[in-house]
Write a protein that binds this ligand. Structure first.
Ligand SMILES: [Zn+2]
Length: 208
């Protein structure tokens, strides 16, 4: 794979905004895309720092998202404030194990896997290792794909609200934990967007 030519070896550069393939110039300082006028870069600027910052911020918001209650349910006069985990347990006990599995996957498994996957991508790209490049590229695409589905948890709160209509629960109210969870989801999505997947292919043997 490393025998494939790189864009800069061919004197080409892709525009980040419109995707137009342009001629690379030695001094890229104020080179712009002839089609859309965006500044041309061989790699996304500050990709490492930005992705790490967003990922760490997401992790910090993930703590209150789990510690603070995400919703209040009132059924038969019984007021219950639930965190993500106690909500999952509650759903499991009250006979909706399938819903419990969906909430657990969307709010615990997926975010944890995203933190691990993005950290792995960042560390391995930083070390410029040629290890498992294809798999890492696949992992990055998977993280990007999952990003679209991570608001599932918020939909579950909406679904629970709908249950009220059927008289199963008499009141469901979202609490601050949901806001922190939403911030975590948005920040992890921004982190995966600011990561430059081309960094995966910058291994030591083929670069410099
Ligand atoms: Zn362009």
């Amino acid at each position: 794979m490393s025998s494939l030519p790189r864009a800069h070896e061919l004197g080409l550069i892709g525009c980040h905004v419109c995707g137009l393939v342009c001629r690379d110039v030695p001094d890229l300082h104020d080179a712009t895309c002839p089609r859309c006028g965006a500044a041309l870069h061989r790699r996304k600027l500050g990709s490492f720092a930005r992705t790490w910052a967003l990922l760490i911020a997401a992790f910090f918001f993930y703590i209150p998202a789990n510690v603070l209650p995400i919703m209040r349910t009132v059924s038969l006069g019984d007021v219950d404030d639930n965190t993500i985990l106690s909500g999952v347990l509650e759903l499991w006990v009250k006979g909706s194990p399938d819903l419990a599995i969906i909430v657990f996957t969307a709010s615990i498994v997926v975010p944890m896997l995203k933190f691990l996957a993005m950290s792995l991508l960042l560390i391995s790209a930083h070390r410029r290792t040629a290890w498992a490049q294809r798999q890492r590229a696949k992992l990055y695409r998977l993280v990007e794909f999952i990003g679209y589905w991570s608001m599932l948890d918020v939909f579950v709160v909406a679904l629970l609200t709908a249950l009220v209509q059927f008289g199963i629960l008499s009141l469901v109210e979202p609490l601050p934990g949901v806001v922190f969870f939403g911030l975590t989801v948005v920040l992890t999505m921004l982190a995966s967007m600011s990561f430059d997947p081309r960094l995966i292919w910058d291994s030591k043997e083929t670069h410099d």
